[in-house]
Every structure is written in C-alpha cells, then in structure tokens.
Write a protein that binds this ligand. Structure first.
Ligand code: PLP
Ligand code: COI
Length: 362
C-alpha cells in the first residue's frame, strides 16, 4: 500500500566535496547557489505506485523532451530548513506540515499524492548524509527543496501518469540583507484569483510573479506585494512570503486563508506565538488604503514579511504609484517584529523550549 514507508537505497557519492572547500562554501552562502553533495529521488508510475527510492550523488539527470512538466508545468515544491542546534544536533521545523502542504499542492495540480512517510524519510535521509553541510551561525541553515515533476512522455493535456519526486539542499544565510525591506505594491499584476492555484506551492505561481518582482526592483524596492485580483483593494501576500501588520491596539493582523494565498507554516507559527505572548491576532482582510493611512497616523505601527526563506523580515516602507507608507524611520525594525523573530528563531535553533512540539530532531 502507498501509505507504507519505502526503503531508501543509500548510494553515497564517490567524489564528496573536500572538507576545506565545503567549509569555504558554507561560510557565506548566497541563497540557492551552493548545493550539497547528495539528492533524494523517488519515482511514481500509475499501477506501480511509488518505487525506486534512493539517496544518491547530486547530479543532472536525463529527461525526455516530451516530459509533461516541460510543456504544461505540472510541478509542485516545498521549502524548509535544517538547523544546527545549540546542542550540536540537527533539526527541521514542523516538517509534517510541509509534507501535508505538498500533498495539498499536488492535489490541486492533479498530481500523484506522495505519502507523508516518504516525504519525511527522503528529507531526513538527505539531511543525515549531508549533515556536514548544515552551517553553524545565526541565521544560517541548510535550505531543503523537495519538489515533484510530471515525467510522463506525452503531449496530450491531461494529468500525467508518471512523476519524479526529489529533494535537493543548499546551505543558506538570510534571504534579505539585514535591516528593513521595501515593498512595491503592484497595480499592474495580480498573483491569484479565486478558484485558481494561489494556495498551491506550484512553480507556475512563481513564474507568473517574476515580472511583478522585476517591476518592484525597477521602482527601487526589494519585493512585490500583490493585492486581491477582484478589487485590487486588499493585501494578499508577497512574491515568496506572507505579510503581517501590527496595529496600535496590539493586534497582529494578516490576510485570511481564502484560497488565494499560500498557507505559510511560518505564518501559522507566528500567529500561535503572538497569541502566547498576549497579542490579539486577527486573520482578516487588510485594505491597502488603510495601511497607507495607518502608517501616517500611527494606527499601523509595524509590518513584516514571513516565510521559510525570509524568516521574519521587517518592512520599512510600502510604495505605490500614489505614494509611500513608511513605518518609523523606514530603517529600524519595530520592537514587536523583533520580539516575534527572536522567539521563533530561538525555538528553531533549540535555544529555548519548544512548547508546541515543532522541532523535529534528525
Ligand atoms: N507565500 C509564498 C508565495 C511563499 O513562497 C512562501 C514561502 O514558502 C510563503 C508564503 C511562506 O510559507 P512558509 O512559511 O511555509 O515558508
Ligand atoms: C521559501 O521560503 O521556501 C520559498 O519558497 C520562498 C522563495 C522566495 C525562496
């Protein structure tokens, strides 16, 4: 049955990166450019189910030019991190949630359901064999990228009957530099419509966001914020992270999960930690005009982006065609943002107790 864990064949690389070179590579990694020595691979075909699970040397693999993913974009992925703990051990953060979301994304793209056991084992085994690639130091981790592509060789438009699941890993530091990020509110593009794929972590969502992200950079900003596609009135999320606001009544507010934004695992963790710390939490529509007015009047005090790659990144300002909303001096992170970031990263790094059982030891 597909719910049974698959045994992984472990084939260590015959050419591991020499230790001194690896140390150089992980000392100051640029996000997503340096990769560990191994990868996980599992195949699926209709009838046979999941099979051929292996951990092997990281290398290119052949793909047929008619593989469905290359034409119709049947692809889903996850983003998670392995952290080196104070104790010296290694842990991931809420990996079951990534396994669950991966299934939900796959379901939306009419792809095969990967049993959570296989997802978890693939990630754990890859981290185990590449444990020396997990960097030490504040803000550093081994970023893990599980993904699945449709490999069936067929140009008809239908859900594929064959898939390849893989996990690769890269040592990373922060996604943004330190300090505050500036955010462009896109009026030219939206990210997801009701009934669309906004809640799925599929490659196509990111392909569609790139032009808006580039637009944000031409406006001198670090990231793009998307508004709802119906009215262009309400905040949705950024290109690769969720967004939250702190109001002057100590309410943390973030857009609700209505199917057009990604249900972030960091988002969920922060909402729980904020409640633990006595903040009021609201998952409610946030009108962009209210943010711009509120930044000016002090009603909106802080804003931040959150996600696996971004962790908690304070937002200094939003810009749009009609003007700018600045929080404080636009450069100094707000105190509540910093406190939430400390609580979250202390749990992730094992510096404090883990009241919700989120830390998964490897
Ligand atoms: N929204 C988008 C579009 C993302 O790409 C991400 C990052 O994965 C998130 C939100 C945050 O999700 P998570 O906290 O699970 O990483
Ligand atoms: C992640 O945080 O894992 C993402 O997928 C976002 C991307 C900007 C790297």
């Amino acid at each position: 049955s597909e719910s049974v864990a698959l045994p992984f064949t472990i084939e260590p690389t015959t050419a591991p990166t020499p230790a001194d070179h690896r140390a150089d590579l992980i000392a100051n990694p640029a996000f997503g450019r340096v990769f560990s020595d191994h990868m996980a691979m599992v195949r699926y075909s209709e009838g046979r189910g999941w099979h051929d699970a292996r951990i092997t040397a990281r290398k290119p693999f052949p793909i047929d030019p008619a593989a469905a993913v290359l034409h119709y974009g049947q692809e889903v992925f996850e983003g998670m991190k392995a952290y080196r703990l104070e104790s010296g051990g290694i842990a991931t953060f809420r990996p079951e949630e990534n396994a669950r979301r991966f299934q939900a994304s796959a379901a939306r793209m009419a792809m095969a359901a990967l049993p959570q056991d296989i997802f978890m084992t693939a990630v754990d085994e890859l981290v185990r064999i590449d444990r020396d690639w997990v960097p030490t130091g504040e803000g550093k981790s081994l970023y893990l990228r599980p993904f699945m592509i449709a490999t069936e060789v067929f140009l008809g438009v239908k859900p594929a009957s064959e898939y390849l699941f893989m996990v690769i890993a890269c040592p990373v530091a922060g996604y943004f530099g330190s300090g505050c990020v500036s955010v462009w509110v896109s009026d030219a593009y939206t990210r997801a419509a009701p009934g669309g794929t906004g809640a799925a972590k599929c490659g196509g969502n990111y392909a569609a966001s790139l032009i808006a992200q580039r637009d944000s950079q031409t406006h001198g900003c670090d990231q793009v914020l998307f508004l709802d596609s119906r009215e262009q009135r309400y905040v949705e999320e950024m290109g690769g992270m969720n967004v939250m606001f702190l109001r002057d009544d100590n309410t943390l507010v973030t857009p609700p999960l209505t199917g057009t934004i990604l249900p972030g695992i960091t988002r969920d963790a922060i909402l729980r930690l904020a409640r633990d710390q006595g903040l009021t939490v609201e998952e409610a529509p946030v009108a962009i005009d209210e943010v711009f007015e509120g930044a000016a009047t002090g009603r909106y005090r802080e804003a931040f982006a959150c996600g696996t790659a971004a962790v908690i990144s304070p937002i200094g300002s939003f810009r749009r065609t009609q003007g700018e909303a600045v929080f404080g001096d636009g450069k100094t992170p707000g105190p509540v943002t910093l406190a939430l970031k400390k609580t979250l990263t202390d749990i992730q790094a094992g510096r404090t107790n883990d009241p919700h059982g989120w830390v998964h030891m490897i």
